[in-house]
Design a protein around this ligand. Sequence first.
Ligand code: CAA
Ligand code: NAD
Length: 281
Amino acid sequence: MKYIFVIGAGQMGAGIAQVFATHNFSVKLFDVNQEALQKGMEGIHKRLDRSVEKERMTQEEAEQAKAHLETASTLEDASNCDFAIEAVVENMDVKEKVFRQLDEIMPEHAILATNTSSLPITDVAAVTNRPSQVIGMHFMNPVPVMKLVEVIRAIQTSDETYERVEQLAKQLVKTPVEVNDYPGFVSNRVLMPMINEAIFTVYEGVASKEDVDTVMKLGMNHPMGPLQLADFIGLDTCLSIMEILFDGFGDSKYRPCPLLKKYVAAGWLGKKSGRGFYIYE
Ligand code: CAA
Ligand code: NAD
């Protein structure tokens, strides 16, 4: 696999494109929103320049990575790619539409992956005519820093597809972990109820948001407090994951906190919208 198509140039898609380009893959980055695409590309260039300043990369390596990256103006540009990874909003209708189109456009041998945080890969695979070549490749945020990739097998995913994507993760110097397709996979089934519970402690007035974060940072050695992390992930994404856990398991322990729902309804989506539990300039 050499030619990679990344759909969605938000915080995850841009990070994924950067990591592939840094490891000498040819990458096309696409977004329906031109402004988001521009912003995504600028962010990548800025981070590569910073890596040179910090001596994590030579100037030549950064220039090479930039040369491996281009923007795509339409999904049709995926027609000569070997691998697509989708990182659009966490919404099943949008993702299914993208997968139907990619299935039409991409060559027969191509593998289609989704970076979804929690949506069922099995359902995404089922809308294509190549379900055995559909898989979850779940990167963690921020992608250039975090070492883990959850590789999620839909019930239809073939062993060959799994092995190729596991190998791909290793080529990106990430550690792949094999996971089956159940709500929240492993990462978000464990992480998100902790974040939701932290939101409940604020909602119920047990402690302030700052104090909840301090407890988890200093008491448990977490690099970020859970409310700071929720803002970093995006409160819309957090809510969507809780709803999928709640629907998928039918267990009240996964009910999303009303305060989380209220913030999302207000458009307070965290760092990306300038306001979540905290305010961002
Ligand atoms: N993109 C790329 N690189 C970034 C970055 C970003 N958004 N933010 C930070 N970095 C890198 C930078 O290279 C930085 O190094 P420089 O100083 O050379 O720039 C390095 O990380 C350290 O950053 P900072 O010194 O600014 O801050 P820090 O030491 O607090 O580390 C952090 C930042 C790595 C994000 C750390 O706070 C952390 O690990 N937080 C927890 C992250 C986490 O839990 N991620 C998983 C989220 S859940 C998920 O992804 C799954 C899902 O489906 C929702
Ligand atoms: P984001 O909101 O930062 O970016 C999403 C991008 O998708 C936007 O730029 C939007 O314009 C674009 N988009 C929407 N519809 C599109 C379409 N039809 N075609 C092309 N582009 C389209 O979101 P994000 O945080 O980067 O999350 C993207 C995906 O990654 C989601 O599925 C999310 O669950 C998953 N994810 C997020 C995190 C996280 O911490 N934020 C971690 C792992 C996985």
